[in-house]
Design a binder for this molecule. Structure first.
Ligand code: SF4
Ligand code: SF4
Length: 260
């Protein structure tokens, strides 16, 4: 969990913003991204009706993530949380849909879990995660990933550079990486890596390995294999869907028969 603090009863976390080196280091300490072939255990997303909240809570306690769909279409997700904050896959799920706050449920079957009301523009994303995962039984699944043959997340990414990244580039004799050919500086001062026109990071070598691996940006280091952002990158860049196809009729199984 990175940098959580209390804010009017809510807990807020930040990643990928200037000045968050400690937060990224904390995330790394929790779950460093593997480079070579690894088998990960990741949570499965399930959807539930509010009447089955206790089953949703049981699913989360068993390691899964739950989307609770109200009759009016609003979706609240339930995630595990402990005294250190959100586990890394839960954290990265929220980051993937640009949510940065959660509250702890104070009573009822889901007491103690983290709850987040999903903004409407991201509801379809969360429901698609449920569809994707609907082909796997249980609350967690094993997933084999090999970053050395993938590199999907090194395409079409928004890699924010911290000032420390630029300092490190200079210190390692790569002043060129701080210049316009490699970086973009937005009006608000945010600096990002400049990608090639075909969407590929200019620093990705032909063998799919990062050519500046030992000095790569913190945001690249913090990227978590097996996270929602990782799976989305694999789907968008490689066309690899790690689960059921979009729109599969597994919805019926999820909503009424299997998981409620
Ligand atoms: S998309 Fe995921 S599996 Fe592929 S290189 Fe990135 S972190 Fe590794
Ligand atoms: S700097 Fe390296 S790890 Fe980061 S996006 Fe580019 S190739 Fe990938």
């Amino acid at each position: 969990m990175c940098g959580g603090h209390n804010n009017a009863g809510k807990e807020t976390f930040w990643l990928g913003r200037n000045g968050n080196e400690d937060a990224i280091r904390a995330a790394l300490a929790l779950y460093p991204a593997p480079m070579s072939a690894s088998i990960l255990k990741r949570p499965l997303w399930r959807r539930f009706r509010p009447a089955f909240l206790s089953r949703a809570a049981d699913h989360v306690k068993a390691g899964g993530h739950a989307a609770v769909i109200a009759d009016d279409g609003r979706v609240r997700v339930l995630l595990p949380v402990d005294e250190k904050g959100l586990p890394v896959f839960a954290l990265w799920s929220l980051l993937a849909i640009e949510h940065r706050r959660y509250r702890r449920v104070k009573d009822g079957p889901a007491v103690g879990l983290a709850a987040v009301l999903i903004r409407r523009e991201f509801v379809s994303v969360v429901l698609d995660w449920c569809t994707r995962d609907s082909m796997f039984p249980g609350s967690t699944r094993k997933l084999k990933l090999d970053c050395t043959t993938c590199a999907a997340c090194c395409h079409d990414a928004n890699v924010v550079l911290e000032e420390k990244d630029l300092e490190r580039f200079r210190a390692e004799g790569r002043q060129d990486l701080t210049e316009r050919a490699y970086i973009k500086r937005a009006k608000d001062g945010i600096v990002t890596l400049r990608f090639a026109k075909d969407g590929r990071c200019q620093l990705l070598a032909e063998d799919k390995l990062c050519s500046i691996y030992s000095i790569r940006p913190y945001n690249c280091r913090a990227f978590v294999a097996g996270s929602e952002a990782c799976l989305a990158a694999r789907e968008d860049t490689l066309g690899v869907r790690d689960g059921a196809p979009k729109g599969e009729s597994a919805l019926l199984i999820e909503m009424g028969k299997k998981h409620e």
